[in-house]
Ligand binder design. Structure first.
Ligand code: NAD
Length: 358
């Protein structure tokens, strides 16, 4: 069964290739989170696709019929494998491999015909500036909604209530869709698009959208403060404390670390003298951030664990064993992975974003 995630966005069923009138040659530049699924999806329509990238490892991996993306990308690995083995998808480092392609960039009419090959959803034609405003406004919309949820979380902490319970009850009212608060907002698009939207607006002096950015940027700093508070409540100063950070990716079940709020939290804690270890089941190490796969090694002798990303793996932690491995028992939950009482019952000091009762 095809479970490829882009089906959520209206791409035609990708496992059943859409027959084409002739084999169109398509060049796609960049084989990342967007380019690779797109290249494989287009190949599945019967097109002959070359994906260009500057990353040799990525090119080799794709040509070996594998997806270089870790994390949960349902159906993508099988799709890439199938299309490479059928000879419809190949990757190249050489830009001249795009020569002779029918589609790289095209007129609106040609682009429409191309997208119709594999997109089920309605395709809207509009002018260039409207399209840019729509793209950036759509992401700014999420950012503002997330900032609202995060601000309610900060208020809830101060007033001693659980923001997640507040959210559940708010959302019982018709047309309310309060989003999930948390330890920060990352990724490639949402942290940058609000700035792209407001930067050309000189006379209207936007305030709401920049303020939302500030609220969301504050969340990882709030996490660092919660770590400090949890350590203090368990009899440990942050300076010299061992803090095990669980999750380095910006979002659950992906390896994507672009603008990850975990990085800001780690920097804040290092500035206060904490000694940081980092665990992530998918993300790789980066300069200044050694990411380990072994949860036991990361948490052994820790004074505090801080959940920065709601990876599924963190919902099944053996809390008793974790408690035994740790030196002090501070537990900070930035993603509501645990309700709280079950952690406190095992002797942890628990703090969390939006958790005012602890
Ligand atoms: N990730 C999303 O959800 C999303 C959504 C909408 C739009 N976008 C936009 O799509 C674009 C790609 O995003 P992504 O998430 O796939 O990024 P990504 O970092 O996963 O992929 C980019 C790929 O391009 C390659 N690359 C960089 N410079 C190159 C060059 N000069 N020639 C050939 N290849 C090159 C990189 O090696 C990488 O493999 C970005 O502009 C992003 O803003 C992303």
């Amino acid at each position: 069964m095809c479970r490829f995630s882009n089906s959520l966005f209206g791409l035609k069923p990708l496992c059943a290739a859409v027959p084409s009138e002739r084999s169109v040659r398509v060049a796609i530049i960049g084989l990342g989170y967007v380019g690779l699924p797109l290249a494989a999806a287009v190949a599945a329509t019967g097109a002959n696709v070359v994906g260009l990238d500057i990353d040799a490892e990525r090119v080799n991996t794709v040509n070996a019929g594998q997806s270089p993306l870790r994390g949960r990308e349902p159906g993508l690995a099988a799709l890439v494998k199938g299309q490479v083995s059928k000879g419809r998808l190949r990757a190249s480092l050489d830009p001249s491999a795009a020569s002779g392609a029918d589609v790289i960039a095209a007129s609106a009419r040609k682009a429409l015909a191309f997208y119709r090959r594999f997109v089920n959803a309605e395709i809207h034609l509009t002018d260039w500036t409207t399209a840019e405003v729509v793209k950036t406004a759509e992401n700014a919309y999420w950012d503002v909604q997330l900032a609202f949820a995060n601000e309610v979380a900060l208020i809830s902490e101060e007033l001693g209530v659980d923001a997640y319970r507040v959210r559940d009850l708010v959302n019982t009212c018709p047309y309310r869709m309060m989003l999930i608060p948390g330890a920060g907002v990352g990724g490639h698009c949402i942290p940058k698009d609000p700035w792209l939207l407001v930067s050309p607006a000189v006379q209207s002096k936007p305030e709401l959208i920049p303020t939302a950015r500030e609220v969301n940027d504050f969340m990882p700093r709030r996490m660092a403060r919660l770590v400090e508070e949890a350590l203090a409540a368990s009899g440990r100063k942050v300076k010299g404390a061992r803090v095990a950070v669980l999750g380095f990716a910006y979002r659950e079940n992906t390896d994507d670390t672009r603008n990850s709020p975990a990085k800001t939290m780690i920097q804040e804690l290092r500035r206060r003298g904490a000694d940081i270890t980092i665990h992530d089941p998918f993300a790789r190490s980066e300069r200044g951030y050694a990411v380990l796969r072994d949860m036991k090694a990361v948490t052994k002798g820790a004074d505090c664990v801080a959940i920065a990303t709601a990876h599924d793996a963190y919902r099944k932690i053996d809390l008793k064993a974790l408690r035994r491995r740790m030196r002090h028992a501070a537990f900070v939950d930035g993603r509501n992975v645990y309700a709280g009482p079950e952690v406190v019952k095992l002797g942890f000091v628990y703090r969390g974003i939006g958790k005012g009762q602890f």
